[in-house]
Design a protein around this ligand. Structure first.
Ligand SMILES: Cc1cc2nc3c(=O)[nH]c(=O)nc-3n(C[C@H](O)[C@H](O)[C@H](O)COP(=O)(O)OP(=O)(O)OC[C@H]3O[C@@H](n4cnc5c(N)ncnc54)[C@H](O)[C@@H]3O)c2cc1C
Length: 377
């Protein structure tokens, strides 16, 4: 057998997990669909963010916090190995509120998380203090919060760096492959992935990191991934002189100068289009935050689909009936990239123990028919 681990999905999640295994010396084969695939990894906002994460799941807040700490190592390793800069900036990040009600809710949310989990600091700020960091802030802003751990990255460059890193480590990346079946042979412990065109790959370990595709594949190896699409629309302005020196949850200026405005959360099935009403709402909010943006030209808008679990938290689980098969899915693939690489990769490769309290991330939580889920995304 030439490959020891098959990873289905070459988006940010699959590529990070695969790189984490390949850098440990495992033979890895990544199978990925073609350009027609739904790929959140190519349409996201690029935040590397912990603020407000995990209000109902402290393990997730801690996981995001720890992922942020690992990110500089990933940035450095990928840059040294591939020469590609993933654009990590961990300068702190802001959230802006437009009413006292929003400010109060934000304070309660962040202080609840901070009480539950150590090491996620935050500071609420009045508009006068905010302007010190964010000159040009409009009069409609009622205040904001700041977290020194937050930041952003260039998600496309991160994806490219991970793919280049995989190639450097000898992994195979096979594109234009639609895996329709995965199966496990109990007699020899070997997994087989079968593509729509009949191609087959075999390995002793299998990672399902196919984003929305996980929902269909996971049950075939005794796992569950009840992920559904959540559309986000993102807008880009022409390049402007640098004026935003910190990322915000709905607004950031890239190093190239474009201002990225995002991102909505819409339950519209598999429609990844854009709509004038959402674009208008996002633009109004951005201009309310920074009135100078009224003069900026929008050059592009797109929609992309987040793979979202019913409670919007990740699913990480090894199959009990097919040991060696893992499901890995998360709607924060940029934020969690380093944790997916340095923690999930070795775990799925069989090189490390299950991380502490990982039962919290099992899809078991969705199996109770009397339980209902909601999420803020
Ligand atoms: C608008 C928007 C904004 C976002 N903002 C942020 C942010 O600021 N920070 C952050 O951390 N996250 C953000 N996210 C979430 C982030 O983009 C996702 O968590 C991440 O991209 C998920 O990566 P993935 O690899 O699981 O899925 P995807 O990127 O969807 O990739 C899945 C891959 O699996 C492949 N695949 C699927 N089915 C099969 C199959 N049957 N056979 C072979 N291959 C298959 C597809 O080809 C695809 O490449 C945002 C998402 C959106 C949409």
């Amino acid at each position: 057998m030439s490959d020891r681990m098959i990873v289905i999905g070459g988006g940010l999640v699959g590529a990070a997990v695969a790189f984490g295994a390949a850098r440990e010396g495992l033979g890895v084969c990544v199978l990925d669909q073609g350009d027609s695939a739904f790929r959140a990894s190519r349409g996201n906002f690029g935040l590397v963010w912990v603020s407000s994460k995990g209000a109902e799941m402290p393990r997730y807040a801690a996981w995001s916090r720890d992922a942020l700490k690992l990110w500089p190592d990933l940035q450095r390793e990928l840059q040294e190995l591939t020469g590609v800069d993933s654009g990590l900036r961990q300068v702190g990040g802001f959230w802006l509120g437009f009413s006292d009600k929003e400010m109060k809710a934000r304070y309660e949310l962040l202080s609840g998380i901070s009480r539950a989990v150590d090491g996620i600091p935050f500071r609420m700020m009045e508009p006068s203090e905010l302007r010190h960091y964010l000159p040009g802030l409009g009069p409609k802003v009622a205040g904001g919060s700041f977290c020194e751990l937050d930041g952003d990255a260039n998600p496309l460059m991160l994806l490219r760096a991970l793919h280049s890193g995989l190639i450097e480590k000898g992994a195979d990346i096979v594109s234009n492959v639609d895996v329709v079946q995965v199966r496990y042979d109990q007699s020899n412990g070997v997994f087989e992935a079968v593509a729509a065109d009949g191609q087959r790959w075999q390995a002793e370990r299998l990672v399902l990191a196919a984003g929305l595709g996980n929902a269909r594949l996971a049950p075939q190896v005794g796992l569950q991934a009840p992920v559904k699409p959540s559309r986000g629309q993102v807008l880009i302005t022409e390049r402007l002189q640098p004026f935003l020196h910190y990322p915000m949850n709905k607004l950031r200026q890239t190093v190239e100068g474009s201002v990225q405005i995002g991102s909505s959360s819409e339950d519209v099935g598999f429609d990844d289009g854009t709509t004038p009403d959402v674009i208008e709402w996002q633009v109004k909010r951005a201009v309310a935050a920074f009135p100078a943006l009224a003069k900026a030209r929008l050059v592009r808008a797109w929609g992309a689909l987040r793979p979202l679990a019913p409670d919007a938290y990740p699913i990480y689980e090894e199959s009990e009936s097919c040991p060696g098969a893992f499901v890995v899915t998360s709607h924060s693939g940029v934020t969690l990239a380093a944790a997916h690489c340095y923690v999930i990769g070795p775990w799925a490769a069989g090189l490390s123990q299950t991380p502490p309290d990982f039962a919290d991330f099992s899809a078991e939580r969705f199996r109770d028919p009397n339980k209902s889920f909601s999420h803020a995304h």
